[in-house]
Design a protein around this ligand. Structure first.
Ligand SMILES: [Zn+2]
Length: 240
C-alpha cells in the first residue's frame, strides 16, 4: 500500500478535526517536495483554513499524531483553538477526543445563545442556600471567582490598584448572580449586569448597581464550563 492510500484512511484526512467539515481536506505528501524529501505529510482544510502536519508510520496506521501549524481564530472555534493551538504534537486518540469535545462545545454555545440550557445538568442545591428563593433556578455554579472593583482607567493610564472585594463561589441563576464570598454574600440583579468578556485564560462579567463598576472574574479550569460558554450563558440571561 502506498503512503497516500494509508493516509487517506486516517480520520484527520477524511474530515477536518478542527471544523468538522467533510471533503474539505487536501493532502500534500512530503514526497512531492524536492527540497525536503523527508518532510511530513501536510493537510489543509479548505473550509476553516487550518494547516496541520501528520506523523504516521505507514506500517502501523493506527498510530498517528497531528500538529497544527495554522488554525482559525474565529469565535466559533474558540474551544478548538485552545486545544489545538499549542503548536505541539497531539496523539491520535487525544486529537479525536479534543475534536469531539469541541464539536459538543460549539453546539452548546449555539444552544446557550438561544436560551436552550438542556445541555446543562440541573444544579441540585440541597439544602437550598438562603439567598436563593423558591422557584429560582441555578444554572451554573463556579468556584474560585473573584470580585473586584477595577481601578479607574483612562486611555492613558490606570489610576491606582484594583480593589479586592471578595472571592468565593458564584451561583448564576435565572434571576441573579450570587457570590458566596469569604467576607459576605453579594447578589447582583440581571438588570445591573453591564457586559462580559472572555479570552483563552479567563472570563469577566462587569456589573453596576454601585457607585463604581465592579467585576466578577474566573480563570479557565479544565473541569468547569469554559469561559466562552460562561459568557454566552450570562449574555443570554442578561438579554431576556
Ligand atoms: Zn476545517
Amino acid at each position: 500500500m502506498v503512503l497516500e492510500d494509508t493516509l487517506g484512511l486516517l480520520p484527520p484526512v477524511q474530515g477536518c478535526l478542527f471544523c468538522h467539515s467533510e471533503g474539505a481536506i487536501s493532502l500534500e505528501t512530503g514526497q512531492a517536495r524536492l527540497v525536503r524529501s523527508t518532510a511530513l505529510p501536510v493537510i489543509k482544510c479548505a473550509h476553516c483554513g487550518s494547516v496541520a502536519e501528520l506523523d504516521v508510520d505507514p506500517t502501523d496506521p493506527d498510530h498517528w499524531r497531528i500538529r497544527y501549524r495554522k488554525i482559525n481564530h474565529a469565535p466559533r472555534y474558540y474551544y478548538m483553538s485552545l486545544v489545538f493551538g499549542s503548536g505541539a504534537w497531539i496523539e491520535g486518540a487525544q486529537a479525536l477526543q479534543f475534536s469531539t469535545q469541541g464539536f459538543v462545545q460549539r453546539q452548546r454555545v449555539r444552544q446557550a445563545s438561544e436560551g436552550d440550557f438542556s445541555w446543562l445538568a440541573p444544579v441540585l442545591l440541597d439544602p437550598l442556600p438562603p439567598f436563593i428563593v423558591q422557584g429560582e433556578t441555578a444554572l451554573l455554579v463556579l468556584r474560585a471567582v473573584s470580585f473586584i472593583r477595577p481601578a479607574p482607567q483612562t486611555w492613558i493610564f490606570r489610576a491606582g490598584q484594583d480593589e479586592f472585594l471578595d472571592s468565593g463561589k458564584l451561583y448564576i441563576t435565572d434571576r441573579k448572580l450570587h457570590l458566596v464570598g469569604q467576607r459576605r454574600e453579594w447578589s447582583v440583579a440581571w438588570a445591573d449586569v453591564l457586559e462580559t468578556e472572555y479570552d483563552a485564560d479567563a472570563w469577566r462579567v462587569r456589573v453596576g448597581g454601585d457607585d463604581r463598576m465592579r467585576q466578577f472574574t474566573g480563570a479557565r479550569t479544565a473541569n468547569e464550563v469554559d469561559p466562552q460558554l460562561i459568557t454566552v450563558t450570562v449574555d443570554y440571561l442578561k438579554s431576556r
